[in-house]
Design a protein around this ligand. Sequence first.
Ligand SMILES: Cc1cc2nc3c(=O)[nH]c(=O)nc-3n(C[C@H](O)[C@H](O)[C@H](O)COP(=O)(O)O)c2cc1C
Length: 319
Amino acid sequence: MEGVIDAPMRARLTGIGGYSRCVTEFVRVTDVLLPERVFFRLCPELMADGCTPVGTPVYVQLLGSDEQALAVNAKRAVQLGAKGVDLNFGCPAKTVNNSMGGSILLREPARVANLVRAVRDAVPAEIPVTAKIRLGYENSDSLADIVHGVHEAGASELAIHARTKFDGYKPPAFWDIVKPVIDNRTQRKTVINGEIWTVEDSAEAMRRSACGHIMLGRGALSAPDLAQRIHEDNTQRQPIAWSKLIDEVLDQFLCSDRQSPRHIGNRTKQWLAYLKRTYPEAAQLFQRIRTLHNAADIEAAFMTHKRKDIRCSSNFTVG
Ligand SMILES: Cc1cc2nc3c(=O)[nH]c(=O)nc-3n(C[C@H](O)[C@H](O)[C@H](O)COP(=O)(O)O)c2cc1C
């Protein structure tokens, strides 16, 4: 997820467990071969065999609409060690769509298929090429054509965020719309995504969509052990306790967020906004750091939070 799930976050989430793979933030491809540093910046795991520290493969996600440029950049990503290449046809951002990237391509199912085929042909057969789509742009009328085209083009897997571009991120996600467009052959290569926040949601999303797998986005940030609980099919276990998670949040701040001086604290604030959904204490910490832009002040606020808020809120701490 652009601006939120970077390499330290992938290391953290896969370290907790339950993930079979990760996808990077998108690499914007125009009409040129990008310098190597762009790939290493968005996917530092390339320096470690393309995997997170616990060995979970990381696929490099490309976003663009130029067949040749996507093909050469996919090839380059693989030469640098990417374990797979994912193509983004889901991004709803205006700036991205205005330059013919992301979800706007869903208006042209044949073009989506051609882009997948171009990348599939460019990289070795053993390297997975996956795609991520929404149900459509304005509506889901072309979904069957898009899904059929992507699978026919040789995609190893297709993730479907069960909303149109027009739906944005507004609940609900329309898992049921996916079911009629997949069959026995494509079912195990299709991944359902959108509005999966709990173990129960994951079972319901798979049942209603008939997809064989799920992808987590914001749910992974709001409950970092959600994938682990889904993997164990454990509806009883409470989320990891805040008193344990707080050290992960602080560590994420220290190793990720502090590194970009102009935006110190932004990523941590964004993560806390997701964590609030599961942990009331995250809202308290968010309040403490909301207006702070200095690393030392933010670190001090973490310490105050640990000393004061966690002790006070122990009555409602989960786990
Ligand atoms: C802040 C933000 C950044 C995102 N960045 C990406 C991205 O770079 N690539 C991508 O395929 N999807 C991206 N997404 C979409 C998510 O991967 C996911 O499809 C969407 O949030 C729905 O799933 P969820 O309800 O589990 O979050 C992003 C979503 C958000 C909210």
